[in-house]
Design a protein around this ligand. Structure first.
Ligand code: ZN
Length: 213
């Protein structure tokens, strides 16, 4: 299914704008669907997921790749935990390119990639730490993450490069929870590479309950 419409009988329980560069998190209950809208286009949205009642179970990029036999994320992707269970599923996607390989930006990696003067720029890792702390999590809980709307093509020899995003204004991805999860977002603040078109912008997040039976 690649429907842009929210099911008519579904009750929308949340509709928020996440300002440029900022983090966000919420508990998403089993059966609820979360939509991320790339409102202005070319905006990388870094995400992490933890099982709500036992955050030791958390997103695993390796398990996710293994489960679907692909390095890319799209409709039908099962987002897997480190215990091999499905945490969430991608049920709609109007963009078509998301990244599982390139991880999150940090002050440290900015320094290595772009020079020491970037050390004081805000980065996704700081965003993740701010939100993780709200759920009793800390530095050790920040694991490699999944990046929606970030374009990181892998060439035939296995190398990958972060290039201009193809996500157009209004593109969205819908993700349905298979268990209660802590859903953490960093609306990426990076300004030194093309992942945000060099200009971070706000995104919109909606959450709705499953359609009434
Ligand atoms: Zn980032």
């Amino acid at each position: 299914m690649n429907s842009h419409a929210i099911p008519e009988s579904a009750r929308t329980i949340l509709d928020v704008e996440i300002p440029a560069r900022t983090p966000w998190s919420a508990i998403i209950r089993k059966g609820q669907t979360l939509r991320i809208v790339d409102s202005h286009g070319q905006q990388a949205v870094d995400t992490l997921f933890y099982r709500a009642d036992d955050p030791g179970e958390r997103f695993s990029g390796q398990e996710t790749l293994r489960a679907q036999g692909s390095a890319y994320v799209g409709i039908g992707t099962r987002i897997m935990s480190n215990e091999g269970r499905t945490m969430l599923r991608v049920v709609a996607d109007s963009c078509g390119l998301h990244d599982t390989s390139a991880g999150a930006c940090s002050c440290e990696s900015n320094t290595v990639r772009f020079g020491h003067d970037t050390k004081y720029l805000h980065a996704c890792r700081e965003n993740f730490l701010i939100e993780a702390a709200k759920h009793g999590l800390s530095k050790r809980d920040i694991v490699p993450n999944l990046n929606f709307f970030m374009n990181v093509p892998i060439d035939p020899s296995g190398n990958f490069t972060l290039v201009d995003g193809i996500s157009a204004p209004g593109n969205h991805v819908d993700i349905t929870a298979d268990m209660d999860v802590i859903f953490v977002i960093s609306n990426c603040p990076q300004v030194n590479n093309p992942c945000n078109g060099f200009s971070p912008t706000p995104i919109r997040v909606l959450v709705w309950d499953p359609p009434a039976a």
